[in-house]
Design a protein around this ligand. Sequence first.
Ligand code: NAP
Length: 277
Amino acid sequence: MTTNILITGGTGFLGRELISHLIKNKKNNIIAFGRTESKLSELPRHPQIKPVCGDIRDYEALYFACKENNVDKIIHAAAMKRIDTCQDFPIEACKTNIDGTINCIKVCKEFGTSLFFISTDKACEPCTTYGATKYLAEQLVRRESQSHDFLGCIIRYGNVLNSTGSVLNIWVKQYKETRKVKVRDKSMTRFFWYVEDSVTFIENCLDKIIIEKGQVFIPKIKALNIYEMACYLYREENVEVTTCSHTEKIHESLNGDYCSKDHVVHPRQLLRNKTAT
Ligand SMILES: NC(=O)c1ccc[n+]([C@@H]2O[C@H](COP(=O)([O-])OP(=O)(O)OC[C@H]3O[C@@H](n4cnc5c(N)ncnc54)[C@H](OP(=O)(O)O)[C@@H]3O)[C@@H](O)[C@H]2O)c1
């Protein structure tokens, strides 16, 4: 039996990787939902990929995309995710990250579709507008899934290396322009992992029989020291230490207030559970 999977943000960094990974399974049909025509047209032409133009702020667009394509699962990856943009345009951030998630929840309630919400460590004890909108969106998915007839879960993780806006790309630009890279604080750490690991993790979550509605899946990933990373990549004398802004924490956390240790899973653990079921 085929599975129709709609990916919001299907044209983004994660979305594109997910698509190329998920079509390896011939039983998956992907509905790549995105709002930028040019990006949609750049997606590979493939019988298992259907690009659909629409904005997650627009309930009707999501409704018809799900109805016309008999969508079984939604991976909700579309977001405004740049810290500065969200700080400067909080209403826009709320419209995309909160209203957009509410629209996903509404279609899931309407059609009984399963919802996989892609979240971030920045949603734990948030100190930014971005983190706060993702926190609220997580709560909406959890609560609404628990009290209505659809399966909703949260997949929360840290920084994906080389993704849009990743520190590695920022350093490349800084080094090209000034022969220096900037680090906020010598003790600052961040969770990093590879995009290949994130798509495998998400795929395993998709196939897992969700026992608990509103479950949070958190991979076991290591926090790395940013200063040490920069020194390793660019040599110590080229690393400039600046000051931390109020929108940055020294250490991020992946476990929020409502997450027990049971929620933290390793990708391989999911794989084992999958084989067992
Ligand atoms: N990258 C990371 O390190 C990281 C870490 C943890 C969690 N996450 C989460 O992972 C998800 C994907 O991140 P990413 O790195 O793939 O980001 P990305 O490359 O910026 O992609 C975001 C996607 O969302 C789409 N989008 C934004 N607003 C939209 C709207 N109103 N309607 C429809 N589509 C919209 C964008 O389309 P347009 O380009 O057309 O606007 C783009 O395709 C996000 O939810 C993010 O919070 C990312």
